[in-house]
Design a protein around this ligand. Structure first.
Ligand code: HEM
Ligand SMILES: *[C@@H]1O[C@H](CO)[C@@H](O)[C@H](O)[C@H]1NC(C)=O
Ligand SMILES: *[C@@H]1O[C@H](CO)[C@@H](O)[C@H](O)[C@H]1NC(C)=O
Length: 507
């Protein structure tokens, strides 16, 4: 009797499950029909359940610093939009500007960041870079107004950091790796802009509070990439070094915030917190105090922006100088434009009018986009406009929870967008006369509601640094015969650094 009751119970469950599956199948079929969806191309895989082989291939490519080029080959083989299974998860991959525009702008609300909060939360908390929905809107409204032209143009403060950088460059032609110096430069200027006091990593003593902060931030950040690849499994791992680094970073920033809160009483928040009576400098923290005095929120936003702004700008500079050191033709044209300033330091307007420099930045971010790929997770059943069917032009179905990844790196190298010389580094292609209009096919700073807030800041900083270095050194030569290879963390820098020799100008 008991046995048959169990059997009956089991049967009911099984039938219930099947009915649910069927209902789901019908619902999805209707949805697909309604939106005229057709299946996307699937890459050939020995099995599409776990997708272990693809995972292994990717790990291998990553070890060989070849992940981006391996990805590019896959697009050449399978078209602009395709799917693959990796570790039990289906990824839709696309380099179709129409699809990218759909996830980032047209159907923005259908997509979110997935598990970014889980992977990045321990270091970054909840701020503009890690949250979705209403919380993100709140952060964005808090942060956005402070990135206007007036704030990014504080080149005097920036100049002091450049001077420290220049003082560390050899003037006797001996070899120096510029890349680590650029990472120190942007840490110094970002902390100055955000906290009101720079950690001065270019000159700080080993073991000082500032130096330990910088080291801990780098260590913690390096783990973030690894953590996001683990997805939900991240909770299974304990990483003492990571935990300690986060704690060190938090204590350091909390101290700065506490001091700022003490110095600024709500009533005189309009005044500068810098009580030393020196020239008023724009400090991001000071500005944020006008709208919130919550120490945790302040810390989270500051760290979110530090993360988003520091490595990116350093990577742009590194990739650009990697090219400059190998291309005397480009260096000569840049030199000619810089020399029109007759040694004067450029201001914001001057930088904006330096055409060749602008084309150089555009081209650097095209072939070496420092955020080379990204992904969004569907938060409901939805569609992408292209990639389905034999013609690959029909819409495709995206189920709730599905990942859509896009490769800016590969998209920026499409010959059908950039012409037959797409692989060639040629700044002039950005001159208006050439009529290049890539639209959503050019996306170094992302697009749509989550477009980078620091674009002007970054371009100003990178351009200014470039000009000042050219004003100091008239010659640049590569001391490394190897080709560029990727160095992927959260951003994309040079795998072998930027080893160069410099020729100082005669004074
Ligand atoms: C060459 C330099 C830079 C590049 C290429 C770049 C690129 C990007 C990209 C692609 C995103 C989108 C990330 C995503 O949605 O997943 C982004 C977001 C962001 N960037 Fe930048 N960035 C640069 C510099 C900066 C700087 C200097 C700052 C600040 C000082 C900054 C602040 C931000 C912030 C706060 C976000 C998040 C915006 C949001 O989600 O609403 N970025 N950036
Ligand atoms: C900076 O942002 C705060 C809000 O975070 C706002 O109250 C303040 O007016 C902004 N300052 C500027 C100069 O945009
Ligand atoms: C060059 O890059 C800037 C900054 O990313 C962008 O605003 C501009 O549209 C680009 N130029 C062209 C012709 O697309």
């Amino acid at each position: 009797m008991a046995f048959s009751l169990y059997t009956l119970g089991g049967l009911v469950l099984v039938v219930g499950y099947l009915i649910q599956q069927l209902a789901n199948y019908i619902r999805v079929a209707r949805f697909k029909k309604q939106h005229k969806c057709e299946p996307e191309t699937q890459i050939p895989q020995p099995e599409r359940i776990i997708g272990y082989k693809l995972y292994k291939t990717q790990m291998e490519a990553s070890k060989n610093k070849n992940l981006l080029e391996a990805g590019r080959q896959r697009y050449i083989d399978n078209g602009n939009t395709w799917s693959g299974i990796m570790m039990g998860r289906k990824f839709i991959n696309t380099i179709d500007p129409e699809n990218v525009k759909t996830i980032l702008a047209t159907n923005f609300k259908d997509f979110g960041l997935g598990q970014r909060q889980e992977s990045f939360g321990p270091l970054l908390g909840q701020g503009i870079f890690t949250t979705d929905g209403a919380q993100w809107e709140h952060s964005r409204a808090l942060v956005r107004p402070n990135f206007t032209k007036a704030q990014v143009a504080d080149l005097d403060t920036f100049e002091s950091h450049i001077q420290r950088l220049i003082s560390k460059l050899p003037r006797d032609g001996s070899t120096v790796d510029l890349q680590p110096l650029f990472f120190q430069l942007t840490l110094d200027s970002a902390t100055e802009f955000l906290f009101g006091e720079s950690v001065n990593s270019l000159t700080s003593q080993e073991g000082s509070e500032q130096e330990v902060f910088g080291r801990s931030f780098d260590l913690a950040q390096a783990q973030l990439g690894k953590r996001s690849r683990l997805g939900k499994l991240v909770h299974l791992f304990r990483d003492k070094e990571f935990d300690q680094a986060c704690k060190t970073v938090h204590q350091f920033v909390d101290n700065i915030i506490l001091k700022a809160l003490e110095r600024s009483q709500p009533k005189d928040a309009e005044k500068s917190i810098d009580g030393k009576g020196e020239k008023e400098r724009y400090v991001f923290l000071t500005e944020m105090l006008k709208s919130t005095r919550d120490p945790k929120q302040l810390r989270d936003e500051l760290l979110n922006i530090l993360l988003a702004g520091r490595d990116t700008t350093a990577s742009l500079l590194s990739n650009t100088f990697h090219v400059l050191a190998r291309r005397p033709d480009i260096w000569a044209k840049l030199l000619a434009e810089v020399d029109q300033l007759h040694g004067e330091k450029p201001d914001y307007e001057t930088l904006r009018n330096m055409k060749y420099l602008k084309y150089l930045m555009n081209e650097s971010l095209r072939l070496y986009p420092v955020v080379p790929g990204n992904a969004r997770f569907a938060n409901k059943d939805t569609v992408l406009p292209r990639g389905g069917g034999l013609s690959r032009t029909s819409p495709i179905y995206i189920s709730k929870g599905q990942v859509v990844a896009y490769s800016t790196y590969v998209m920026h190298r499409r010959p059908d967008i950039y012409g037959p010389d797409a692989a060639h580094f040629r700044p002039e292609r950005w001159a208006p006369e050439e009529g290049l209009r890539p639209g959503w096919g050019y996306l170094p700073f992302n697009g749509g509601p989550r477009i980078c807030v620091g674009q002007q800041f970054a371009l100003t900083e990178a351009s200014y640094t470039t000009v000042r270095l050219v004003q100091e050194f008239c010659g640049l030569e590569s001391r490394d015969a190897r080709e560029w290879v990727e160095q992927l963390s959260l951003t994309m820098a040079c795998g072998n650094g930027v080893k160069v020799g410099l020729v100082p100008r005669e004074k």
